[in-house]
Design a protein around this ligand. Structure first.
Ligand code: RB5
Length: 148
């Protein structure tokens, strides 16, 4: 599995922790930045990660900003990207089982390192259930004009 990660300044510390975790799990990881705690704009990094997942260059992405909200808004504008903001491990588990989330988003100012590690491990280890959930995902990209 190849994972691309990105953050703004508010998510930088947590992103470093996540990169370490991915490396320990022998997962190939590419970091698009940011590279310090200096103030920067989350859309710049959210777009880079989401575009690479959207184009199929990476299997999954992980994004971190202060709350996780900005990164979620950015990433979900890209076709084929299903970004899930997860504040606990149940959300992480369900984002995989029911939503087949391919981008995990966390808030560096919301959760601590222990919880972020648990969330990431659960998210990586949980499979999509398919079936009725696949049919629901297929409806997401149907134009509004064709919905009754
Ligand atoms: C940065 O101050 C903060 O606005 C950003 O990290 C994020 O939380 C936006 O949604």
């Amino acid at each position: 599995m190849k994972i691309v990660v990105g953050s703004d300044h508010a998510g930088h510390a947590l992103k470093e922790l996540i990169k370490n975790l991915l490396s320990k799990r022998h997962i190939e990881v590419v970091d698009v930045g940011t590279t310090s705690e200096d103030s920067c704009d989350y859309p710049d990094f959210g777009k880079m990660v989401a575009e690479k997942v959207s184009k199929g260059e990476f299997d999954r992405g992980i994004l971190v900003c202060g709350t996780g909200i900005g990164m979620s808004i950015v990433a979900n504008r890209f076709p084929g990207v299903r970004a899930a903001l997860c504040n606990d491990s149940y959300m992480a588990q369900m984002s995989r089982r029911h939503n087949d989330a391919n981008v995990l988003v966390m808030g560096g100012r919301i959760i601590g390192p222990g919880l972020a590690t648990e969330i990431t491990n659960v998210w990586l280890d949980t499979s999509f259930e398919g079936g009725r959930h696949k049919e629901r995902l297929d409806k997401i990209d149907i134009p509004l004009s064709s919905v009754g």
